[in-house]
Write a new protein. Structure first.
Length: 466
């Protein structure tokens, strides 16, 4: 037989081949059933949530042939594409040849049975992309990555690569992973007994980045509008369903934007991404909706259709104080809002996404633009149903003296970010930006409840095996 090329199942379902054509498919067996005369194999190749039915004549292959063709086995089928007589599919393949690439012993294959819990699947993260659920999630992740680049490219933003290894600490918190080549069993010490980092690889203490913002601002102050999209690392020991130690962040930064422009960008960007998902990931979203979250599609459409509420932190706190709601953490002016507070505003009070602005300076970073009142800064958090904070951003303080004063008030050592401070000396400009947590976006779009389930290899405290 003349050799033909493999066709992906997604392309067959898109009718890229005529009935009667000889086709070549490869994939993993999801199920196999049948009788003495015929075997039905449901094959999935990862290109779509949908399986392809392979029909094999038992007499032709011999009964023994099918013994090793079990759930999880990988096979290569050549056969004729025909219209299906059965329920549940429009087409199927009448197999001429079946080659077994790899078997999966039913006694030991962890995914032999259906219906495993998400918790169990996290323990076999190396295999879970083989399941319908994780196939759907990771395809959506791909489409959203593409949509993010497309949105910014179409809107004149440049993708600016900020470093992963840095000597700065954007958040001023002690939540960083150190990067070093020093030998812990024999660390060089200075005469005060402190570790001598001049002996380290970079000649200074370095860590994995917690945000690309500070370097991103340098991009905005030259290219005008940039975005970063890369991995971010935070060693916060918070075992929550919304925090990872390694996550991906998208950070646009724009010269000449004030906080209102910044809010407009955040709202337009999020709505674009959700719309893109509904248009390009429909089958996967429908699957996840059916199995995990019946209101998913409705919620996604609702966010697209409605304006986000915009109000100040002060107004938000007033609403929370008057709500009569019992919260685990107390609310008062000056408190850092917890997810329960954010979700109350979004889900119970406004029933819409909310953008809170003008936070007390004490709970926000040094670089946020200071308001006239001397108490608040021009920060903004976008709060979403089920998620809480999905975006955090601000207009940045563009005035050199004000920025320096704030770092002094905070007792910050600005030596490691002297270059950042200099941007306010040479051609400073009003500018603004924000950070969108990619996995929080994927949580929202997939309707999943735990952030460990929307990244292929989650890194959390005590968990980095695979
Ligand atoms: P939170 O208060 O939820 O811990 P944050 O205020 O520390 O978040 P920012 O520093 O504002 O977060 O980071 C910008 C965005 O990055 C957040 O709005 C969120 O979407 C995402 N993000 C922050 N920390 C994490 C994390 N540990 N895991 C996943 N996403 C995160
Ligand atoms: Mn934040």
């Amino acid at each position: 037989m003349e050799s033909i090329r493999r066709t992906k199942i997604v392309d067959l379902l898109r009718k890229k081949k005529e009935f009667g054509a000889t086709v070549d498919v490869k994939g993993w067996v999801r199920t196999i059933r049948g009788n003495k005369y015929v075997s039905f194999i449901h094959l999935n190749d990862g290109s779509t949530i949908h399986n392809l039915q392979i029909v094999a004549d038992v007499e032709k292959f011999g009964e023994a042939f099918f013994k090793p063709v079990t759930t999880g086995a990988c096979i290569h089928v050549v056969g004729t594409l025909v219209e299906s007589q059965g329920k549940g599919q429009t087409m199927e393949i009448q197999a001429d040849t079946i080659e077994i690439y790899g078997t999966a012993d039913p006694e030991t294959y962890p995914l032999q049975k259906k219906g495993h819990s998400l918790e169990f699947l996290r323990e076999i993260a190396y295999l879970r992309p083989r399941t319908n659920t994780f196939g759907a999630i990771f395809r959506i992740r791909h489409h959203m990555s593409y949509a993010i680049h497309k949105y910014f490219n179409d809107n004149g933003f440049f993708y600016f690569h900020t470093p992963i290894v840095t000597a700065s600490d954007a958040e001023g918190a002690g939540s960083m992973f150190q990067v070093t080549t020093l030998d812990f069993n024999n660390t060089p010490r200075n005469d005060k007994g402190q570790v001598d980092y001049s002996e380290d690889f970079f000649g200074r203490q370095t860590n994995l980045t917690v945000s690309g913002q500070l370097e991103g601002e340098l991009g905005a102050m030259s290219l005008g509008a940039i975005y970063t999209f890369g991995p971010t690392f935070r060693a916060e020991n918070s075992n929550t369903p919304r925090h990872l130690a390694e996550f991906w962040m998208i950070e646009p930064e724009v010269a000449f934007y004030d906080i209102n422009d910044n809010m407009d960008l955040a709202e337009d960007f999020l709505k674009y991404l959700i719309k893109y998902a509904l248009e390009h990931c429909k089958d996967d979203i429908d699957f996840l909706s059916e199995h995990f979250d019946k209101e998913l599609v409705e919620r996604l459409n609702f966010v697209i259709a409605n304006d986000f509420v915009r109000l100040t932190y002060t107004e938000g706190v007033e609403i929370l104080e008057k709500s009569g709601q019992k919260f685990e953490f107390p609310v008062y002016w000056g408190a850092d809002l917890q997810s329960e507070h954010e979700r109350y505003l979004v889900e119970k009070h406004f029933k819409r996404p909310v953008i809170l602005t003008d936070y007390p300076k004490e709970i926000k970073s040094f670089y946020m633009k200071q308001n006239e009142d001397g108490k608040t800064v021009r920060g903004m958090d976008v709060l979403f149903p089920k998620i809480g904070e999905i975006i955090g951003g601000s207009e940045r303080e563009a005035d050199y003296d004000k920025l320096v004063n704030r770092t002094k008030e905070l007792g910050m050592n600005t030596d490691p970010i002297w270059w950042y401070m200099e941007t306010r000396k040479f051609g400073t400009a009003p500018h603004a930006g924000f950070g969108l947590g990619f996995e929080r976006l994927i949580l929202f779009i997939t309707g999943m409840a735990n952030i460990r389930d929307v990244i292929p290899f989650p890194r959390t405290p005590n968990n980095a095996e695979f």
